[in-house]
Design a protein around this ligand. Structure first.
Ligand code: SF4
Length: 1016
């Protein structure tokens, strides 16, 4: 990039130039060596393929020769990547294998690994970077390349290995003339006559460049405008301060592309820089040093993990959760597309740039893009693994949903709608997941890399919305086609690190934008102002570590070319030199004052202190330094805005700064001062108004439906009790809270689904099974003339009921394919005891009722029942008994026993009386009793029975009238009875303070509701 800049500025000065070729040393070596490599049948090995070859060498040595020193760690994750780096260093520095082998146990193993690695290179016809440099140097010496006889400019070239240095020296030897620009502290590359071109102006920045890290005491000086030190509360605020400084610098007429932000730790800082610059509206160019989480790569890895772990649902869920699912085809299956060719990226292949493609703005069909629901369905289906198990469990879950739908009937419409939607999504999941599971199932087990790459490319094309990133990585592995065989686990190990993060090549131009890059990428570049964030403790410098595979003591005996700690420290220092060298007029260094990860304060790093020593001529007082840095920034603890609104980088900061100022003023002065907020954002205005109205004593629209306009009244009139049928459960909600009734029974807002522990059978499934057994058993007993159940026929009844129970359970088990058999068997055994207890309880009754009708449903597929007062109702009565031409209604309950319900228990238990009236209408016989029968051991087989009297009928009719009247008036506010919100599904809509809020409201309009809640 520095060479590009130089050529550009040269062209600007001269009006144009031809014949300037610009390369990094590696890219030039490839350019020069490729023809000769191609003639000898060799492919270039780079990037992840080097890791893959190192992994192969490890496996090879483990199975054939046997490693000794490294054997205990050879299979640990990351070993082969560390090895790849060490092997590269050994080969790039011409290390004698015999000396390496004799340097100790680690060296002996490394020698074996190098031999295996080199054997694979030869057998597979691969050329790694060491061979590329050597070949290029040979070609240069032969004078048979297209740049032969050209003059050579070396711009900030700092070779990092022996073969690279040899290549550069060979190049320089063959060039007609050489000009090299190098830093005064760089290791000499060439034998030259240096000419000192340092800037003698005694600015703080120049003193920093001159004296940093020097052991001689620097001359006394002071800070000036060329160097700035600031601090902020944390890294995010630090980046905001950088954005603020950039805006201030543009005020001096400096264009954005004359400024750079250089990052020591791009993985931690780049997202924060991006966010801060975006907020401030500053255009930025992120160099190829950017590395960020790679959702497509992670989704692909999750699929490979799914295949490796026996097709587990948890891994498949992880894939779905990453949001990379492609648009399914017309049949709902993964798209069948051929993998597109994508070029290999990287420094060695600079001319092959991916074309910038327009963003896909097509809107996929909404219902097909619901992987988060699929994820949940997979959890519900509890697929443990295996292709057959996937089919069985997905079918089982479908049956379970169908049973739940049957059980719920039309009693609870929102829940019913939700279950129906889940059923639909389950079908979508099945269509999409099973072909993918088949592909994973059919992946090779042990094959050459070529076969693996074909299969992986097909998998990426069918499983990822945008597979290009993954295909690029796979393209790097193509030279490995003939290497193998490798297992799925080895493939995963090789891909894991590379696919977890995304390294993107920029395709845009950097001009007109702030340059954001890693520090080494700024070598040879010049900017008016350079920002260097992160000069805090533990951040910059980073701790340097020895290579655990080849310790420094061994390295020193093997070759002086190998890196040791001193060189690593020097390389870290070189980064600070490079950053300071890139600043033409001003360097701005900063650090965060808090280490949020460890929850402690953080000071400037010793590099920051060293910067100040170089500039001031003495080590500054730390407290004084921290004070200067804090005062130089606008960042303040506990309030995310600058000290003054004028320095805000965006509207949010501006408003916060204004509000902070107002908060410090006396009440009289701040009255109305923030009123402008109401006109700046209509959503904020609505929110502030609504909040105020909700807590005022007056009823308003912020409380629910209170004073409806005529279209709302018209809409509500369609929901009157004589216009559409309601279930008893739906009507019962009104007394609990009219707003709950509105959300659930009219707006049909479905409650948030709650996770059900796999250790329990879903309550609806359990209820469905119990009701099915009761229905089948009573129907059979009726046809066998074994009803009513008495002590005399109890033995026969028990035998028959047990048979029906076993049959029904077997059918359900077959249909539902339970996730955990032990859980299913436990629950079934409990149910058996419940049913037997229920029969015994019934047999002890001496009241003379005979069960006649079971599962008598109305309004569920059949017409709704019209009660004498015109109210339409729907539901299903579990059992109707007859005695002397009169009826008794029973509703079987499987939940916890509730207190006795009186007639309607304050309007909250309507089922018994409502069902009694429905049965009378359907069967044209008078109902004299109605009851709730809790038929489980847990509920103690409690029976709540009341006679159906005129008084009871009157109470029911009053409840219905009040609900109807409220619908007519359109008054359905959030007015919960005591503790109603605690277990309400809509708490997430209303918030936690509804009961306290209600206490502030005038009670005049709640009279009807209070009346309803007073009905026994
Ligand atoms: S959370 Fe409270 S106020 Fe809101 S609907 Fe439920 S019961 Fe009513």
């Amino acid at each position: 990039m520095a060479a590009d800049e130089l050529a550009r500025s040269f062209c600007l000065k001269t009006g144009g130039a031809f014949g300037i070729h610009r390369f990094s040393p590696g890219a030039l070596a490839i350019e020069i060596a490729s023809e000769r490599l191609a003639l000898s049948g060799k492919s270039v090995l780079s990037g992840i393929a080097v890791d893959a070859l190192a992994a192969r060498a490890v496996q090879d040595c483990r199975t054939s020769s046997g490693l000794s020193w490294f054997e205990p760690v050879a299979t640990t994750p990351g070993f082969f990547r560390a090895l790849a780096s060490t092997l590269r260093e050994i080969r790039l520095n011409n290390i004698d294998i015999a000396i390496l082998a004799g340097s100790g146990p680690a060296g002996s193993d490394l020698a074996l690994l190098v031999a295996a690695y080199e054997r694979y290179l030869t057998e597979a016809g691969l050329a790694d970077s060491a061979e590329i440099y050597r070949t290029a140097a040979t070609v240069v010496r032969d004078g048979r390349h297209r740049f032969s006889g050209f003059p050579l400019l070396l711009l900030d070239v700092a070779p990092r290995s022996e073969v690279e240095r040899a290549f550069i020296q060979t190049l320089a030897g063959a060039a007609t003339s050489v000009l090299a620009v190098i830093g005064s502290r760089d290791e000499p590359v060439l034998t030259t006559t240096p000419q000192d071109i340092r800037n003698e102006e005694p600015t703080a920045l120049n003193r920093l460049r001159e004296h940093i890290f020097s052991t001689a005491p620097p001359p006394t000086g002071r800070l000036d405008a060329t160097l700035e030190l600031l601090s902020a509360t944390d890294e995010a605020r630090e980046c905001v301060e950088v954005a603020r400084s950039i805006l201030a610098t543009t005020g001096l007429g400096i264009p954005f592309d004359r400024m750079a932000i250089l990052l020591r730790s791009p993985e931690a800082y780049q997202p924060l820089v991006e966010d801060a610059l975006r907020r401030a509206g500053i255009p930025a160019f992120f160099s190829q040093g950017s590395r960020r989480p790679n959702p497509a790569g992670r989704a692909f890895l999750a699929l490979l993990a799914c295949a490796s772990e026996g097709l587990t649902a948890s891994r498949f869920s992880e894939y779905l959760s990453l949001g990379q699912v492609p648009q399914p085809d017309a049949k709902g299956e993964p798209p069948k597309r051929d993998p597109t060719w994508v070029p290999v990226q990287g420094e060695l292949f600079p001319d092959i740039r991916p074309a910038q493609e327009p963003e896909d703005e097509s809107q996929p069909e909404k219902e097909l893009r619901t992987p988060q629901h699929w994820e949940r369905l997979l959890v519900d289906a509890a697929v443990i693994g295996g292709r057959d198990r996937w089919v069985r469990r997905l079918d089982g879950l479908r049956q379970e949903f169908e049973k739940r739908i049957e059980e719920i009937g039309a009693e609870d419409e929102p829940r019913l709608a939700r279950l129906e939607r889940q059923l639909e999504r389950l079908q979508q999941l099945r269509n999409f997941a099973l072909p993918l599971i088949d592909s994973l199932h059919n992946l090779p087990r042990n094959a050459a890399w070529g076969e693996w790459l074909d299969a992986l490319e097909r998998l990426a094309a069918m499983s990822l919305r945008d597979p290009k990133g993954v295909l690029t990585v796979l393209a790097e592995l193509r030279p490995m086609t003939n290497v193998g065989p490798v297992t799925l686990d080895e493939v995963r190990d090789v891909l894991t690190h590379r696919l977890t993060f995304l390294r993107t090549e920029p395709t845009e131009r950097r001009y007109g934008k702030v340059f954001v890059a890693t520090i080494p990428e700024a070598a040879g570049l010049m900017f008016h102002t350079v920002f260097l964030p992160g000069l805090g403790e533990d951040l910059f410098p980073k701790r340097t570590f020895e290579d655990p595979l080849l310790l420094d003591t061994d390295r020193k005996t093997i070759s002086p070319n190998l890196s040791v700690q001193d060189r690593r420290v020097a390389e870290e220092r070189l980064l600070l030199h490079t950053a300071a060298g890139a600043a033409e007029e001003k360097l701005c260094i900063s650090y965060p004052r808090m280490n949020l990860g460890q929850g402690r304060s953080r000071g400037p790093s010793f590099y920051a202190i060293e910067v100040m020593r170089a500039v001031l001529g003495h080590v500054p007082d730390l407290r004084e330094l921290q004070r200067i840095a804090a005062e130089a920034s606008q960042s303040q603890p506990g309030w995310p805005s600058p000290r003054t609104p004028e320095n805000a980088i965006d509207d949010a900061e501006y408003d916060l700064a204004v509000i902070q100022k107002l908060m410090r003023l006396p009440a009289a002065e701040r009255r109305g001062a923030a009123r402008y907020l109401l006109s700046t954002n209509e959503n904020l205005q609505r929110s502030l108004h609504s909040r105020w109205y909700r807590w005022s004593s007056r009823w308003s629209d912020a409380d629910g439906i209170v004073d409806p306009d005529s279209p709302t009244v018209e809409a509500l009139s369609q929901h009157k009790l004589n216009k559409r049928p309601y279930s008893a459960t739906a009507l019962q909600r009104f007394s609990v809270c009219p707003y709950q009734f509105l959300l659930s029974s009219i707006l049909r807002l479905e409650p948030r689904p709650e996770a059900v522990a796999l250790e329990r059978l879903d309550p609806l499934t359990k209820g469905s099974l119990l009701h099915e057994v009761q229905y089948r058993a009573l129907s059979e007993l009726q046809s066998m003339r074994l009803l009513p159940i008495t002590l005399e026929n109890l033995a026969d009844v028990t035998r028959n009921v047990n048979r029906v129970f076993d049959q029904t359970v077997a059918e359900y088990q077959d249909l539902l394919a339970p996730a955990i058999l032990r859980v299913w068997e436990n629950e079934v055994e409990n149910l058996r005891w419940d049913i037997q207890g229920w029969i015994r309880q019934v047999s002890e009754s001496k009241e003379g009722w005979t069960p006649k009708w079971f599962e008598l449903s109305f309004g569920l597929g059949a017409p709704a029942v019209v009660l004498p007062n015109g109210t339409l109702v729907r539901g299903a009565i579990d059992m109707v008994e007859e005695k002397d031409g009169t009826l008794r209604i029973t509703d079987h309950k499987t939940g916890k026993a509730q207190p006795a319900f009186g007639f309607t228990r304050n309007g909250e238990v309507l089922q018994p009386l409502l069902y009694a009236q429905a049965a009378e209408t359907l069967l044209s016989k008078p109902a004299v009793a109605t009851r709730l029968f809790y038929c489980t051991q847990r509920a103690g087989y409690k029976v709540d029975e009341i006679p159906v009297t005129e008084e009871g009928r009157g109470f029911l009719s009053k409840v219905i009238d009040i609900i109807d009247e409220s619908l007519t008036q359109g008054f359905m506010p959030a007015a919960p009875r005591k503790d109603a919100c605690t277990y309400c599904d809509y708490r997430i809509v209303c918030g936690p303070h509804e009961e306290s809020r209600l206490r502030r409201k005038t009670t005049d309009r709640l009279r009807l509701l209070e009346h309803l809640r007073g009905i026994p």
